[in-house]
Design a protein around this ligand. Structure first.
Ligand code: SF4
Length: 487
């Protein structure tokens, strides 16, 4: 019998080039993709673990072009922006005459096995880097979904200390961001809030590097923020930015610098904390293990314990830092509640991207009066966000009073996108004004009289006063607080 043996050549993952222990002192770990506050703190935290670290500049549209030039077709935007940014940075080093770049630098990024392109990031980065002439450049990954505590590459320990450092810097970055976005729109002396935040970004990063007490710096920060004078009677629409993780977080062209632009248009912005994302990852990993408990009880029970311990560590840092800032920072939204809101529309077992979060956050913003308007940012080519957007049409038809806008960011069409946002922002502004007027009339107070009281009492200009959360807008809540205080 004539047998034909087919020429089967299975795909094999390229051999990883590790960063060895001996290289720790001479290799810089690069990273990027978050906000400046997060990245500066992360740099301090990684250096505190004994590594050399630096963050990449904020990716812009030139990075997008470079990413497209060297990458595969059909990738989602965050891949192009990130790898393009990295290639531009490495080329910049080359131009400055730095030798042995592939030996002296590595790139650290999160990785996950998942249904969207995120699972292929590492491979895509490698391909693009090879095309750009950095054949042996190393990408180090840490698992963000279900393998907490593993190590990647001999020279970088993904141990408990590593995750603790990561958690501390991300939580602190969230808190600095929140302070900035809540106080800055109302400050009386322009630039003061940013000045204080820049100073404490530096101090906290130094504390993470040297191991000096963080709480002392946070208490100091609390008193520095209290000294900023604000006028919370300025009626501003509260706009929550949600969407795909990278697109909602970046401060560059990847979302047309949306948060700062909205602020310049008169809005108060509610930025999604990275902590909500961490909490979601832990919540969804726990859900998965609970479901597997019947199939592999021992393994799942062990993993559930690991996730539980990690969540305790995360909440310990979050709550401790929050208390040091006078408990003024918002609590994290309940993952259980977000899932409950999303579940009638979006199966919470579906993962990838933000999973059910985009839908849950939209509904929560409306029903729990967390924002006047929600903007959902979807990077061009993003599969999970496209899925969420399809579902959001049903949500908006069920909640016709919600002011919701989904935008796709592709690097171009900035004017069109911003003009769509402006139209919705007009509605949100009206909503905020109506709410404020209703609050004044229900309390029988005239706006001018209230303004007069605020001018006469300096204690009312402290930004860190604890306002009730009865209404959506800061001005409305402040009016209730000021009236009750005057009684
Ligand atoms: S969530 Fe969207 S943008 Fe993010 S990696 Fe997945 S497909 Fe890409």
């Amino acid at each position: 019998m004539n047998t034909i043996t087919p020429d089967i050549r299975h795909y094999k993952k390229p051999v990883e080039l590790p960063m060895t222990r001996e290289e720790i002192g001479s290799t810089t770990i690069l990273f990027g993709g978050l906000t400046l506050n997060h990245e500066h703190l992360l740099k301090g935290a990684i250096e505190g673990l004994g590594y050399r670290a630096d963050y990449l500049p904020v990716p812009d549209n030139r990075a997008l072009q470079t990413g497209k030039e060297y990458g595969n077709r059909g990738q989602c935007n965050p891949t192009y922006y990130t790898v393009g940014n990295l290639i531009r940075y490495l080329n910049g080093l080359k131009e400055r005459g730095i030798k042995d770049i592939e030996k002296k630098f590595v790139f650290l990024t999160a990785a996950a096995c998942g249904p969207c392109r995120f699972g292929m990031y590492e491979a895509e980065y490698r391909k693009s880097l090879q095309n750009a002439g950095f054949d042996n450049f190393r990408i180090l990954t840490f698992e963000q979904s279900d393998q907490f505590g593993e190590t990647s590459g001999g020279g970088l320990d993904m141990n408990k200390e590593f995750y603790a450092a990561l958690i501390k810097s991300l939580v602190l970055g969230d808190m600095l961001n929140e302070a900035g976005y809540r106080i800055r729109p109302y400050e009386e002396s322009k630039g003061e809030t940013d000045g204080v935040i820049a100073q404490y970004r530096e101090k906290l990063s130094g504390a993470l590097r040297t191991g000096s007490p963080i709480i002392a710096h946070l208490k100091e920060l609390h008193s520095r923020l209290s000294a900023i004078r604000v006028n919370y009677l300025q009626v501003r629409p509260l706009v929550q930015i949600i969407g795909e993780f990278w697109a909602q977080t970046t401060e560059g062209d990847g979302n047309y610098r949306l948060a700062r632009w909205l602020e310049s248009e008169g809005a108060e912005v509610k930025l999604e904390p990275v902590s909500t994302w961490i909490d979601y990852l832990l919540w969804s990993s726990m859900l998965e293990e609970k479901e597997r408990l019947r199939i592999r009880p021992m393994k799942s029970a062990g993993r559930m314990l690991g996730i539980y311990m990690l969540r305790r560590l995360f909440l310990f840092y979050f709550n401790t830092y929050r208390r040091a800032l006078g408990s003024w920072i918002h609590k994290l939204p309940s993952q259980h509640r977000l899932a409950q809101y999303a579940n009638p529309y979006f199966d919470v077992h579906i993962t990838g991207g933000e999973g059910h979060l985009e839908v849950g956050k939209h509904i929560m913003a409306f029903k729990d009066r967390k924002a006047h308007m929600v903007v959902s940012v979807k990077p061009f080519g993003c599969m999970p966000s496209t899925l969420s957007d399809g579902v959001q049409s049903k949500v908006t038809s069920d909640l016709p009073d919600s002011i919701f806008l989904s935008i796709e960011t592709s690097g171009d069409a900035e004017i069109n996108v911003k003009s769509r946002v402006q139209m919705k922002l007009y509605e949100a502004r009206q909503r905020a004004k109506e709410e404020f007027t209703a609050v004044l009339s229900s309390h029988g107070v005239h706006a001018d009289r209230l303004r007069d009281t605020v001018t006469r009492k300096p204690g009312l200009a402290n930004p860190l006063v604890s306002l009730p959360q009865e209404y959506t807008g800061t001005a409305a809540n402040f009016a209730v607080w000021a009236v009750n205080r005057g009684r």
